[in-house]
Design a protein around this ligand. Structure first.
Ligand code: GDP
Ligand code: ZN
Length: 345
């Protein structure tokens, strides 16, 4: 058994869970067509069983694919167990809303999230401290680092050394590539040891590769999503804010579809640090849901709702009704109108 750490055109590299003959830990495997026939495409990060091992040649074939726990898109990485959000403390200037949106996207994977402040060499130390303290109140244990001075690199390496598969994400220009290069060990040389033909294969494919940072701990070698997305369910948004999640685990609001906007019966006391950011995200999410609804319209006068078609409302009336619904968010009315339409009946 092992994990796919790199994809080539018709082959993949599989890192074995335990070394085989001669201490070999990595095999170049062909990908069998029957995996293709089942519709399953092997992806970097996938857990696989290998068969037909030729230890002398370091070759084998992928026999079967183990059930996938998760799949991150763009780049496609399966079974990610940790998401590292990277934002710069300066150049570009740190934008709390953008940071929040990256954190939400990372939280939406359901995996532990690490927060990294890069370019810590640029701002005044007091500003670094302030951002670290502030995001601790959000529920994170940030690492401030600089690839220029080396500050914080060991701290991050240590966090990523727990078994699993980590992927970085964040806006462009914050230093993710620099960071990956700084984390990346000598392994590069080992991968480079392959024949000329395979070298070419390696460089003509644009897939993610995984590199080990500690035994059993891998990091994806290319940045993950750099455009954050919001969830589609407004009621799910709060659970992506650790500071709300923690409170809501202890006390619940009067209504289960509460959007935590300070209405009576809400368990979330107003005045929390990211309140305005939360509301902004909620508004953006509702606007996106409205646009989505428009896109999935089935005809000029009809729209899909669940498995039914319904007459489309005049947009102005609809705005009205949405506003009413928002006001009623604490009533028993489910926010049906905002949920994405189901598959056609
Ligand atoms: P990416 O787009 O997130 O992959 O960012 P890059 O790694 O390409 O870096 C963007 C720019 O930031 C480059 O000019 C880097 O030299 C610079 N940079 C990266 N890390 C640091 C750092 O720790 N300190 C400073 N001052 N500049 C950095
Ligand atoms: Zn509430």
């Amino acid at each position: 058994m092992g994990r796919v750490v790199a994809l080539l055109a018709n082959f993949c590299w599989v890192e074995l869970d335990s070394p085989g003959a001669d201490g070999i830990t990595r095999l170049l495997c062909t990908r069998r067509t029957r995996l293709g026939k089942s519709g399953l495409q092997i992806c970097t990060g996938d857990r696989v069983r290998v068969e037909g091992i030729d230890w002398a040649a370091g070759r084998a074939a992928v026999g079967s694919l183990l059930p996938r726990q998760s799949l991150l898109e763009r780049p496609a990485v399966a079974n990610v167990t940790r998401v590292v959000v990277v934002v710069a403390l300066a150049e570009p200037e740190l934008d709390p809303l953008q940071l929040t949106r990256f954190l939400l996207t990372a939280e939406a994977t359901g995996q532990p999230v690490e927060l990294v402040f890069s370019k810590a060499d640029l701002p005044e130390p007091a500003a670094v401290e302030q951002w670290c303290g502030r995001t601790q109140t959000w529920g994170y244990q940030p690492v401030a680092l600089s690839t220029a001075t080396g500050l914080g690199l060991d701290a991050l390496r240590e966090r990523l050394s727990q078994p699993g598969l980590a992927v970085l994400c964040g806006p462009s220009g914050v230093g993710k590539s620099s960071l990956l290069n700084a984390l990346r060990p000598e392994l590069e040389l080992r991968v480079g040891e392959v024949s000329g033909r395979l070298q070419r294969g390696r460089h003509t494919t644009r897939h993610v590769e995984l590199f080990p940072i500690a035994p059993g701990a891998l990091v994806a070698d290319s940045p993950g999503f750099n455009r954050p997305a919001l969830p589609s369910d407004p009621a799910a948004l709060a659970l992506l804010f650790p500071e709300l999640r923690q409170q809501l685990a202890a006390v619940s609001c009067r209504f289960s579809n509460c959007l935590h906007q300070g209405d009576p019966g809400c368990a979330i006391a107003p005045g929390w640090d990211r309140e305005a950011l939360y509301r902004q995200c909620l508004a953006d999410l509702l606007a996106e849901a409205a646009r989505e609804e428009k896109r999935t319209a089935t005809g000029p006068g009809l729209r899909q709702r669940g498995s039914r078609l319904e007459p489309r409302l005049d947009p102005r009336l609809r705005q009205e009704s949405r506003r009413r619904q928002r006001q009623q968010a604490h009533g028993d009315e489910p926010l049906e109108e905002l949920s994405p339409p189901g598959p056609a009946g």
